[in-house]
Design a protein. Sequence first.
Length: 152
Amino acid sequence: MFKGFREFILRGNVIDLAVAVVIGAAFTAVVNSIVANIFNPVISALFQADSLDNAGIVGIGDAQIKFGAVLGAIIQFLIVAVVVYFVFVVPINHLKKAAFAIKGTPAESLEETNEELPPTETELLIEIRDLLAAQRAAAAGEPPATGHTPKH
């Protein structure tokens, strides 16, 4: 039981998720401060209200519709989306492009540096598929199917 739990916890995606939650919580505090202390006062000044929560209130009987609060939530969402895009998505896409550029290096330059790139995920999956097909064919007494041959 503990072995399975340890394997689950040590998986890369679980650790990545935990890091993302911690960073997300810290990031939320920063974004909330920016919205509350910079954007809300500017927008509130446009609506002549102390905060967006008190701006654009329409009363219908005993009920109140708070357009300012909704506007504040939309602005906060947009700010978070912009920051996440430019702080996380753009740099990660840049790193992925650089990694693919390295993997796409011609074989001649790899021979010059005497380095071997590890197989890609697709190459490993193809190799696993071919090995499983060969095992099934051997178990059934059939000749192995022609196709991709394992590289590693």
